[in-house]
Design a protein around this ligand. Structure first.
Ligand code: C5P
Length: 241
């Protein structure tokens, strides 16, 4: 089998605040980047029109809105995400088993009804902004960060989800316990020798791919580069190294 095109595994985070800025970035990345992440900032500013604008360019969209609500509400949001035609969206695993099942079922039902592809449903486990002390003192979780990440990832699988977001240092453990088919989406990717910014746990593109990430989510090393296309090309090259 031909090696998978690395462009299908790179997701560029459109962390900007308007459709116009998103369009400008997508224009500069045309031909190199096929997948974009639209998160709460851009979606709140621009709404579904931003998703549609990226799709019109032939790009796939990861809708990063991290749904976390009662199951009925999350099922509704999941149906709308499928209707928008995004290839992937996410929910907080800490919403529990019933909520995650509602997300998976809502997405599948809507996709079937509309005869569109079912989006991948991905769980966010423990936010990387939380360390062990915040987990214990603020949220009352007594296990280690890694233990809780694995617990929530297993719950996500039980609920019928497709994968998890995982920081670079969680990839190997998740791959080991959840197996090869589990989709791992990894942010915190930085080219060798570049600034980490506010990311504390980072990996190079080749290390993240080698550790078992399917998709790499990269923002500022591409969107903040003087030449975003050159930034994306460099990341793609490092992914293949
Ligand atoms: O600019 P940078 O490459 O750090 O962007 C990474 C993207 O991934 C941002 O959109 C950020 O919100 C997201 N993300 C993250 N860490 C997580 C989950 C998502 O950086 N644990």
């Amino acid at each position: 089998m031909a090696p998978p095109d690395l462009r299908d595994r790179l997701i560029v985070a459109l962390d900007v605040d308007s459709l116009a800025q998103a369009e400008r970035l997508a224009e500069r990345l045309d031909g190199l980047v096929r997948r974009f992440k639209i998160g709460s900032q851009l979606f709140t500013a621009g709404g579904p029109a931003v998703v549609e604008a990226m799709q019109k360019r032939g790009a796939e969209v990861f809708l990063d809105l991290k749904f976390h609500d009662i199951p009925n509400t999350v099922a509704g949001a999941a149906r709308e995400a499928a209707r928008l035609g995004v290839f992937m969206f996410n929910v907080h695993a800490s919403g529990g088993l019933a909520m995650m099942k509602a997300a998976a079922d809502g997405a599948a039902a809507s996709a079937k009804e509309l005869s569109v592809r079912r989006p991948l449903v991905i769980a966010v486990t423990v936010l990387t902004s939380l360390d062990r002390s915040a987990l214990q003192r603020e949220l009352g979780v007594t296990s280690s960060v890694e233990g809780h990440v694995l617990h929530l990832a297993e719950l996500a699988r039980e609920a019928g989800l497709d994968g998890t977001v995982a920081s670079p240092n969680e990839i190997a453990a998740i791959r080991r316990s959840l197996g090869a088919a589990w989709v791992i989406v990894t942010p915190g990717v930085r080219p060798a020798g570049s600034a980490a910014g506010d990311q504390s746990r980072v990996a190079t593109p080749s290390a993240a791919v080698r550790a078992g990430a399917h998709y790499l989510v990269v923002g500022r090393p591409i969107t903040g580069a003087p030449d975003p296309a050159a930034g994306a090309a460099a990341i793609l090259e490092e992914m293949g190294a």
